[in-house]
Design a protein around this ligand. Sequence first.
Ligand code: ATP
Ligand code: MG
Ligand code: MG
Length: 549
Amino acid sequence: EISKPGNFITQIIDKDNESGKHGGNVMTRFPPEPNGYLHIGHAKSICLNFGIAERFNGKCNLRFDDTNPEKESLEYINSIKKDVQWLGFEWNEEPKFASNYFDQLFDFAVQLIKLEKAYVCKLNADEMREYRGTLKEPGKNSPYRDTSAEENLALFMQMKNGDFADGEMVLRAKIDMASPNINMRDPIIYRIRHVHHHQTGDKWCVYPMYDFTHCLSDAMENITHSICTLEFQDHRPLYDWVLDTLGTAHPQQIEFARLNLNYTVTSKRKLKQLVDEKHVEGWDDPRMSTISGLRRRGYTANSIRNFCERIGVTKSDGTVDLGMLEHAIREDLDQNANRAMAVLNPIKVTLTNYPEDKQEIFTVNNHPKNTDAGTRQVPFSKNLFIDAADFAEVPPKKWKRLTLDSAVRLRGGYVITCDKAIKDDNGDVVELLCRYDENTLGVNPEGYKPKGVIHWVSATHAVTAEVRLYDRLFNEAAPDANHEGKTFLDFINKDSLVILTNAKLEPSLKQAEKGKGFQFEREGYFCRDLESEGMVFNRTVTLRDSWAK
Ligand code: ATP
Ligand code: MG
Ligand code: MG
């Protein structure tokens, strides 16, 4: 692990270890809020936090940051656990919940009140905004700021006991209404919410705010390095203030640049909107940037980890090309996926000189470079399917496929020559009458040269399948940038899913394990859909990048 390249965070930790700052311990955490499914941006944070723990022989906690019960659910908690495990990481002990600490957090708030560092404030939301000031103007002190500690304590207990309605009052930290950092202008640390919580039930009707909860949860878990994205840089003074004021352990908050991917949205709110408004089939729709969507699309955990490794960790925001993620899975599957033949848009081929009752079994390599992948049996007969795109009556220049009166090799089989194209009433070719050359199995024909190699399946043995051709969900590089009067929904790629219901697969694919990647020769990488019964295959990625400029 140490041989992996470091980054500015591993350098900070190296220095801490040299100086003995945290006694040589390294403890990180990954702290999702269970208000949606994890996406590829979270994968970056997971790889970073768990990766650092591995590198330094430390541990990484999985902590659910569950302080907004209305938006959270057990479904999300379970999906998050599954995705972290699937990515190949093991969290320390049992998963933690911020809600495990509600009692301690309440006590910490009481301590702040006793220190005269927190007060109950009855300004309503509009007044609060007005008093807060702006970036240019300092705020004004709340009229409740000088209430005595006794009175605040009594009010806070009443808040806890349910004597007040939602929004009637809040508990605020008493810091500095003139601070140039608006986060320091007496931020709210507790609010009243009469709602059921998925972990604590109806025990609480006051819930702590993120900024108060997060730093103290880190301190209570003895986190040494609290790694978060850049938007929390302005919250760091508050993180430090809470811990310094309460005199707890003091983890170091370190910010890094979040992952932005073009042609993609990575915001739980927007992903949820895509699901709720049925622009996609669900959180695990193979076009989603969620981990569960990528998994169902056929991405391997390895390819996602390699991608996260390659994009690196920096302190300045940028956008990564989606092509890099696609490259990572193409590379993985090129090395590791078995090959198979699948005809996506079939037309019939009849070999006029092949005996009616004959059939042969060809033994074909599963992988062109890796002999360990072994071989498989592919049946051959008089009646075949080839792809409609592999025949042209009037071929363009440099045509390397089948046309009238010319020859191609069938992959792993014979050379055939086309004599006649039979058409339906619309003039579409429905069947090709061809001849095979019986002396060409594994050897070149004498006296003529086939134009190319095409894939095929035996019609007698083929398995019919549904094949879902997925493509990028957005056809605009920056779908959630500011576009005059448009939202990200206006850039959904209408061709992001094309369903073919009559694909013909070689029979070995009948046994294909769900989720396992195959290269369908000349077509791309595919895997059997995790969620469907029967023969349904998803296209993970094409063989080449068709979006590259
Ligand atoms: P979203 O913005 O999608 O709602 P979030 O930041 O609110 O995500 P959390 O559940 O709070 O989601 O995130 C858990 C962790 O993942 C946080 O530490 C957060 O900084 C990190 N994270 C979220 N999005 C990204 C991203 N795009 N790149 C890197 N890390 C991310
Ligand atoms: Mg959040
Ligand atoms: Mg966020």
